[in-house]
Design a protein around this ligand. Structure first.
Ligand SMILES: [Zn+2]
Length: 100
């Protein structure tokens, strides 16, 4: 028996790229039915993953991928809010990666 453990991967609902969980941004339907960005990846609920990129978010949103992944109907204002949250997250992540 080998003890090799594959790192579990998740698939971006925008472009279909598979990556480690921490390489993707999780969007979660919380147990009380809200749709939130989940930067920690630890929130309870059904999740969908996208690359840390607005392009993939837009691709997924345009094809209604979140609806089927999360089994909800997302309204445009939900998508707008998530997109803004994602942009904020990406901006702060870019800054911290540069060590500033
Ligand atoms: Zn992607």
């Amino acid at each position: 028996m080998t003890r090799t453990r594959k790192t579990p991967t998740r698939t971006c609902v925008g472009c279909g790229r598979a990556d480690e969980k921490r390489g993707l941004v999780r969007i979660v339907r919380t147990t009380d039915g809200h749709i939130e960005l989940d930067p920690t990846g630890k929130a309870n609920g059904r999740g969908a993953y996208v690359c840390p990129s607005v392009e993939c978010f837009d691709a997924a949103a345009g094809r209604r991928r979140f609806d089927s992944a999360l089994r909800v109907h997302l309204h445009d204002d939900d998508l707008d809010r998530l997109r803004r949250d994602l942009e904020t997250l990406l901006n702060s992540a870019a800054i911290s990666q540069q060590g500033r």
